[in-house]
Design a protein. Structure first.
Length: 108
């Protein structure tokens, strides 16, 4: 699970076009700390919270018995969005590439 979360952090950082050194100002942790997190994992919960905030994201604990419903909701939201936007800009990513798109606002 931790590996998956760390991969999501890295993917989100790259989507925001941020470098590891940018995490000092965004999350309050040094480039070295963030680099260690991405390469070796095993961060503390408070570090995960800081990084999530720095990436304009939120950590969620989803009970296993609710996971199917959450995934279904996300898939339905994706399908609904696809139907509503029959034409999209060339540079916009497909929701199947990023199911969280438009579910979480980006404050930038």
């Amino acid at each position: 699970m931790t590996d998956s979360l760390i991969k999501q952090f890295k993917k989100r950082r790259l989507e925001l076009d941020l470098k590891q050194k940018d995490m000092l100002m965004r999350a309050g942790i040094s480039r070295q700390q963030y680099q260690h997190l991405e390469s070796k994992g095993n961060p503390r919960l408070d570090t995960l919270t800081l990084v999530a905030k720095g990436l304009n994201s939120e950590l969620l604990l989803i009970p296993k018995e609710k996971l199917f419903e959450v995934n279904t909701l996300l898939e339905n939201k994706t399908s609904e969005f696809s139907r509503q936007s029959s034409k999209k800009p060339q540079d916009e990513k497909d929701l199947s590439d990023d199911p969280w798109q438009d579910l979480l606002e980006d404050d930038q």
